[in-house]
Design a protein around this ligand. Structure first.
Ligand code: ZN
Length: 215
């Protein structure tokens, strides 16, 4: 009898353990869902919608409130962000902004239009047709030791140009927006300079911080 009772207790414990296990799995799943939910803030959505299908205002380095955003470390997007309509609007409007005929650029970073997120557009001079391409959650994970020096300008720093020394080749880690997987692309020459300039923006760095004094 005692043995039977003990067995039932043990059996009940196993049931409890199973229940706890299921609850834990549910929590882990919920946490996973939270991670891939939309992370755009209300003010970011408001700003993007304000310029619906139009070029956006470019932030200027010597405007006090603009400079606070330009000097921030930009945040990453969630996977759900990359699939959202608001993200598509942001890309379309950044493209209109960088291709504005009155102030054309070869690259632009989201902080330059007031969105402190890791997104850049780069004109790929190393590809046929020289298309603009977007890179989300972009980081440089390799800088070559061989260097190149060239004149740079910036949409956020009007009327100033200066020589900056950059790596000849870099490897850029980013999330492929079609496959939703991390990719690493290696880029060289002038196009790699654009990547370095734009990814600096995501880290709150401007080219005037790096102007070569002797070049
Ligand atoms: Zn710039």
């Amino acid at each position: 009898m005692i043995n039977h009772f003990y067995f039932c207790e043990k059996y009940l414990d196993m049931e409890k353990i199973k229940k706890m296990f299921c609850i834990c799995i549910a929590f882990i799943f919920a946490a996973g869902c939270t991670k891939s939910s939309l992370s755009f803030t209300d003010s970011e959505i408001e700003l993007i919608n304000k310029y619906s299908q139009q070029k956006m205002r470019v932030l200027i380095y010597n405007n006090e409130s603009d400079s606070l955003i330009l000097r921030q470390q930009a945040k990453e997007f969630s996977i759900a962000d990359l699939q959202s309509d608001i993200f598509k609007s942001l890309k379309a409007q950044m493209l209109l902004t960088v291709q504005d005929t009155t102030n054309t650029g070869v690259g632009i970073a989201a902080p330059q239009v007031g969105i402190s997120r890791r997104l850049i557009a780069v004109q790929r001079f190393d590809k046929p047709g020289e298309p603009f391409e977007f890179y989300a959650n972009a980081y440089i994970v390799y800088f070559s030791e061989d260097r190149q020096t060239g004149a740079e300008g910036c949409l956020s720093i009007p009327n100033i140009r200066g020589n900056v020394e950059r790596s000849q080749t870099v490897a850029v880690k980013h999330v492929d927006m079609e496959m939703l997987k991390t990719r690493i692309d290696t880029v060289s020459g002038f196009t790699s300079v654009i990547f370095q300039h734009e990814i600096d923006h995501l880290n709150g760095i401007l080219f005037i911080d790096k102007i070569h004094p002797d070049a």
